[in-house]
Design a protein. Structure first.
Length: 133
């Protein structure tokens, strides 16, 4: 199989980075209004409960799971599109107490979309790291 393709989830991409902050600080930011806008989209209003719907300026989706301090998994469908992907963000502790932040998106349509989403998540990661200082 080609890199980035799985039988179950189709095309997918993951981007991760170790940040010089404790996991609790990264989670607090990433689940805040400012943090959510960075990775879900501007104008997001998210209720942290499984099954809740959300909308952004660019699309909408549904929360699939929300585990405080650990991960958020949700679907996302851009406005005007009939296809949705599944996105996940996770924060874990490294052995030295720093935070590992991971973005993952699956059910992408193609290798080309996978590459575009890689670039997108790398930009998001850069903005999150800058916002955390």
């Amino acid at each position: 199989m080609p890199t980035g393709f799985t039988q179950d989830a189709g095309w997918q991409i993951g981007v991760s980075k170790t940040l010089a902050h404790p996991p609790s600080a990264v989670w607090e930011f990433i689940s805040s209004e400012e943090g959510l806008a960075l990775w879900i989209g501007p104008g997001v209003r998210l209720t942290p409960e499984k099954g809740s719907r959300y909308t952004t300026e660019e699309g909408d989706g549904e929360v699939r799971s929300y585990r405080p301090g650990d991960r958020i998994r949700l679907t996302y469908r851009p406005k005007g599109d009939d296809h949705h992907t599944t996105r996940q963000i996770a924060v874990t502790a490294t052995p030295d107490g720093r935070a590992m932040l991971r973005f993952h998106e699956e059910r992408l349509r193609s290798a080309e979309e996978r590459e575009r989403r890689r670039e997108h998540w790398q930009r998001v990661m850069t903005r999150v790291a800058a916002a955390l200082g």
